[in-house]
Design a binder for this molecule. Structure first.
Ligand code: TYM
Length: 338
């Protein structure tokens, strides 16, 4: 069946668990901001229901949700242009996820590498929700008939599953109801790696603080982490081929390009021939300038919790206005009497 035309709509989410990293910023938030000013309707969600698939201290969860909202706004998302809300205020997410639990196959979920990584050897003892996580993620996206989903590289497999769920639902019920969503994984920032090991993703769960830059780090911390970042002993090449087999060098150049809104090719035209000591100074100034203004604004926004809660509530009302009719129609398709 050919797909009907769906309105161009962006949905993406971030878990409010722990500190935001440079990976979240470059791989997601900074790209959300650029999509907000394009042709799309934009919806960005603090996915608290996803966060609790692993244990969260309730007070910290609430604080992280508000802090993420402050981070979105401080980075340039405008609550008048984009819908910003936390997932649990729109119960339709969980309701559609249940329907999708009946569509998704065990075999599909068994292949999810993020589940395998997160569960590790502890497979028998992780929550059922951690396993079903991708089905909720598909519901987040499809509840809005979102056509485009900007994410970092690590979410690619989950988005493929979202497409599979949409296609199977459409096929099983013989409808053209859910869009086959496009993942948007573009630019130099979609795979920011650890500063200690260029083959590992930068992650908030890495035990080494020196492996990541947090959005709330002080200027001194950012500068120190970049200065101490692992490198090799060669200088910087002027062409991409010169980064081959040099994951740490490649990572720092990617970060530079993503922060400067330029391609890696253009970045290397500027950087080729420099040694790491001088490149790290340039990179550190760039990171400090951009991140410290965001961090300062976050601190200011966090002082007015009432205002943040109001933004989330109003965002949730707007999200619900889109989601509720789509869930009702889904129920009708499935044959739920109401
Ligand atoms: P989460 O909360 O782990 O990460 C949020 C976003 O940040 C990106 N990201 C990175 N990008 C580049 N380099 C990195 N080192 C890096 N680390 C994180 C992630 O790719 C993501 O875009 N399952 C999602 C949240 C989610 C979602 C959704 C996303 C729930 N529902 C619906 C899109 C649409 C997650 O855990 O992201």
């Amino acid at each position: 069946m050919n797909q009907k035309d769906f309105k161009p709509r962006v949905f993406s989410g971030i878990q409010p668990s722990g500190d935001l990293t440079l990976g979240n910023y470059l791989g997601a938030i900074k790209r959300f901001v650029s999509m907000q000013d394009q042709k799309f309707e934009t919806i960005f969600c603090m996915v608290d229901l996803h966060a609790i698939t692993v244990w969260q201290n309730p007070t910290e969860l609430a604080n992280s949700t508000r802090e993420l909202c402050a981070g979105f706004i401080a980075s340039g998302l405008d609550p008048n242009k984009s819908i910003l809300f936390n997932q649990s205020q729109v119960p339709e997410h969980a309701q559609l996820a249940w329907i999708f639990n009946t569509v998704a196959r065990m075999g599909w979920l068994n292949r999810m590498t993020q589940f395998k990584d997160k569960a590790g050897k502890n497979r028998e003892n992780v929550s059922l929700a951690l396993y079903a996580y991708p089905s909720l993620m598909a519901a987040d996206i499809l509840l809005y008939h979102a056509t485009h989903v900007p994410v970092g590289e690590d979410q690619k497999q989950h988005l493929e599953l979202t497409r599979d769920i949409a296609a199977k639902f459409n096929h099983d019920y013989n409808v053209d109801f859910f869009p086959i969503t496009e993942p948007v994984i573009e630019g130099a920032g979609t795979r920011v790696m650890s500063l200690r090991d260029g083959t590992k993703k930068m992650s908030k769960s890495d035990p080494s603080e020196m492996s990541r830059i947090n959005l709330r780090d002080t200027s001194e911390e950012i500068a120190l982490k970049i200065q101490k970042a692992r490198t090799d002993s060669d200088g910087l090449p002027s062409e991409i081929s010169g980064l081959k087999g040099r994951p740490e060098a490649e990572n720092l150049v990617n970060i530079y390009a993503a922060l400067s809104n330029i391609t890696v090719e253009t970045a290397l035209e500027d950087l080729g021939g420099k040694n790491f000591a001088s490149f790290k100074r340039i990179l550190s100034d760039l990171a400090v300038t951009e991140l410290s203004s965001i961090s300062k604004e976050m601190t200011r926004l966090m002082k007015d919790q009432g205002e943040l809660d109001k933004i989330l509530r109003q965002g949730a009302d707007r999200a619900k206005a889109i989601a509720s009719p789509i869930l009702k129609e889904t129920y009708d398709i499935v044959g739920m009497v109401r």
